[in-house]
Design a protein around this ligand. Structure first.
Ligand code: AVI
Length: 322
């Protein structure tokens, strides 16, 4: 008797890869790009001249650190500066140094999915800003958000840099902001970066560099499926493709099959066929303006208090409150 073995979809990665590759049109979630190699490729992207987001946010934090910090200060008991998705903290250091130099009473609580990232951040910061109070946390955003609810002793400043929210569709972004709001008290502050709508060519170039770093970053999804789920994707036969819709402000990344292919993923016991030029949608990078940010914030029960922009008006960091 032939019994079909059902794949064991016991991790989010397996479940979502199975779902995405058996759907039409096919899709994969960009959150799975980030293994060790994906993290490194993203660091390389941030150093690309075309990827203006990092420089713009750096400029905003450098030029407006004094005004930004004024929204952070709490009462005598000080505040917790909680950063979601801290990465290497390069931009955050500007604020941290400024606050420590002024003897402001605060604790920096970076949160990252990777314990490695937290440990190395702790090491570099201990060397560079020895007087900093540092308490790193490891975990998924939403798991950590639950944990955040416990931090109700003193003022919380929640910081989300890098326009990370742009990788979420609007309903998910509203969910995300709502969950953040639910962890906030009246005086708490959300300090969050939103990349702005601009010349569509500038946006396309940021996600379509000539050196191929962004293509490698996108294809890392296929490498991860090969390495971790026993897949036999041929990443060379997929093309990185970027489109930007200036009306909706959505940049979309795809991997496009350049020929007909059969792919087998052993752990999922899954055969997938690709027709020539069939697509896998892998990422959205949403661009905003004040009206969209205000709408998202209001939907989540938050208000824009103020915002800070770079000199080219490419990028904005907003102060949101309940
Ligand atoms: C992390 N995230 C905000 C980046 C972005 O701009 O969407 C990821 C990225 N994808 C391609 N380049 C950078």
């Amino acid at each position: 008797m032939h019994t079909e073995t059902k794949p064991n979809l016991d991790t989010a990665f397996k479940k979502e890869v199975y779902q995405g590759l058996t759907s039409f049109p096919k899709y994969l979630s960009s959150k799975f790009i980030y293994d060790k190699k994906g993290d490194r490729l993203f660091q390389d992207i941030m150093a690309l001249p075309e990827y203006y987001l990092t420089d713009c946010e750096f400029e905003i934090l450098s030029d407006h650190k004094e005004a930004i910090s004024r929204f952070f200060y709490g009462t005598n008991s000080g505040f917790d500066l909680i950063e979601l998705g801290a990465g290497d903290g390069k931009k955050t250091k500007i604020l941290l140094k400024y606050l420590v130099q002024r003897d402001i009473n605060f604790t920096y609580k970076p949160i990252d999915i990777s314990q490695n990232a937290i440990s190395s951040l702790s090491e570099t910061l201990a060397k560079e800003i020895s007087k900093l109070n540092f308490e790193g946390e490891t975990g998924e955003y939403f798991e950590v958000l639950e944990r955040l609810k416990k931090y109700n002793v003193r003022k919380k400043v929640i910081m989300v840099l890098g326009s990370n929210i742009g990788n979420l569709l609007h309903p998910k972004a509203i969910d995300f902001l709502t969950q953040l709001k639910n962890t906030m008290h009246k005086d708490d502050v959300l300090f969050i970066g939103f990349d702005q709508k601009k010349n569509p060519q500038t946006i396309l170039d940021a996600y379509n560099d000539d050196t191929g770093v962004t293509a490698a970053f996108n294809k890392n999804l296929l490498f991860r499926i090969n390495n971790e789920l026993g897949g036999n994707f041929e990443p060379d036969h997929f093309k990185h493709w970027e489109v930007y819709d200036p009306e909706t402000g959505t940049a979309k990344s795809f991997l496009v099959a350049t020929k007909a292919m059969n792919v087998f993923i052993d752990t999922l016991q899954l055969n997938i066929t690709f027709k020539p030029w069939e697509t896998i949608h892998t990422e959205i990078s949403q661009k905003y303006n004040d009206d969209i940010v205000s709408w998202l914030a209001n939907e989540a029960g938050l208000q824009i208090e103020t915002s800070f922009s770079d000199s080219k008006k490419y990028y904005k960091n907003y102060i949101l409150k309940k």
